[in-house]
Design a protein around this ligand. Structure first.
Ligand code: FES
Length: 237
């Protein structure tokens, strides 16, 4: 059936990797040789730190690929070989993950990502217009990759977008120039619209400073002591 409606257009935009045929002539993969696979020291450190968090080091594959994507801009063969080398797995194993998870880029892509949610809550509040405005404003900028996304789990700030991983909303098409200007300048993205800065019902979680400064030095209160202090503040008349 042929179509072309907005829904179908969004689905096509969200595809990634599914229609790539198996390369049946390709040789079996092997773990890259550390002697011939240089890995940037900072990237190696991030991958090893991620591996240290899991009983099975392979569980770190996704954070490791994200780290490599930040360095290389996408999960290029070189990036995958570097991750495979540090993790001592085959590139084929990592490729199977990178082609499945659509936040991992398997083709050259811009350094910045703007994912506009177009699921039901956001759609009802103008997400299609927002997506169109972002696509138009960023069309000539190869450094910004724009795409629609299914529910990003922040329906209370619909319509919203994830901008380099920062949730921002509610947004209108008129907000797009400011959003892209912040992104290109490396500034905090529309700080007053960030989900992380919204006040929540639990007063103890709110702070005028964001993020709250960690306690410094010896004698800093433990979390239990801080909770106790908060509880006694709440009891004040
Ligand atoms: S529908 Fe957009 S965040 Fe849930």
């Amino acid at each position: 059936m042929s179509g072309g409606g907005e829904g179908e257009k969004r689905m096509r935009a969200g595809q990634g990797g599914w229609d790539r045929p198996a390369e049946r002539e390709k040789r079996g993969a092997s773990i890259p040789d550390p002697a011939s696979t240089p890995v940037p020291a900072a990237l190696r450190e991030r991958i090893e730190s991620a591996m240290a968090l899991y009983p099975d080091a392979r569980s770190a594959a996704i954070p490791a690929l994200h780290a490599a994507q930040e360095v290389h801009g996408w999960c290029s063969p070189e990036a995958i070989a570097q991750v495979a080398c540090v993790m001592a797995v085959t590139p084929a194993y990592l490729d199977s993950l990178a082609t499945f998870y659509d936040m991992l880029e398997t083709a050259p892509a811009g350094r910045h990502s703007v994912y506009v949610c177009t699921n039901i809550s956001c759609s009802l509040r103008g997400a299609d217009e927002l997506l169109a405005a972002v696509e138009e404003a960023a069309a000539a900028d190869p450094d910004v990759r724009v795409r629609s996304f299914e529910c990003l789990g922040a329906c209370d700030i619909a319509p919203m977008a994830s901008v380099d991983g920062v949730y921002v909303g509610p947004l209108t098409p008129q907000d797009v120039p400011e959003l892209l200007a912040d992104l290109r300048a490396g500034r905090a993205i529309m700080p007053e619209r960030q989900l992380a800065r919204r006040l929540v019902a639990d007063q103890r979680a709110n702070s005028r400073e964001f993020p709250p400064p960690p306690p410094q030095g010896e004698g800093a209160p433990t979390s239990a002591e801080r909770d106790g202090a908060h509880a006694s503040e709440e009891r004040q008349p």
